[in-house]
Design a protein around this ligand. Structure first.
Ligand code: 5GP
Ligand code: ZN
Length: 118
């Protein structure tokens, strides 16, 4: 059984208890449109398993990050931003800017991003 959390927004989205614009799903990964997009392409990629933050990635579950990146790459291709460029972001904890405590990868594309980020 996958570990899920009663009061977690993204677990609820994964269980379809809260609606979202799903763009991809398989046995372990789900991707949906961000509700407050920061770029023309802004997709959230999550593991179904409830892992709160990227600092909780261990030897046991590290392959999930690779699966998330693979899905992100395929979606970037599908959205037509692969060649132009895109950004993957994972925020961790307060200073990292994390607001939803279920591991997620942001796929951002369709405009130019600055560096360093704000
Ligand atoms: P974080 O700041 O934790 O890295 O990112 C959380 C992201 O989740 C934000 O970009 C926010 O807009 C998005 N988000 C928050 N609530 C919802 C929701 O109910 N549905 C969707 N699709 N995205 C959400
Ligand atoms: Zn969760």
């Amino acid at each position: 059984m996958l570990k899920t959390m009663e009061n977690c927004l993204f677990c609820k989205i994964a269980k379809k208890e809260i609606p979202s614009t799903l763009v991809y799903e398989d046995a372990s990964i789900l991707a949906f449109k961000d509700i407050n997009p920061q770029a023309p392409v802004h997709t959230i990629i999550i593991p179904r398993e409830h892992i709160e933050r990227v600092s909780e990635i261990t030897e046991k579950n590290a392959s999930l990050l690779g699966e998330m990146a693979l899905v992100g790459n395929r979606l970037a291709q599908k959205e037509g931003v692969s060649e132009r460029g895109y950004r993957f972001v994972i925020n961790c904890n307060r200073e990292g800017g994390q607001t939803v405590f279920h591991l997620h990868l942001h796929l951002l594309g369709g405009r130019s991003f600055r560096w360093p980020p704000g």
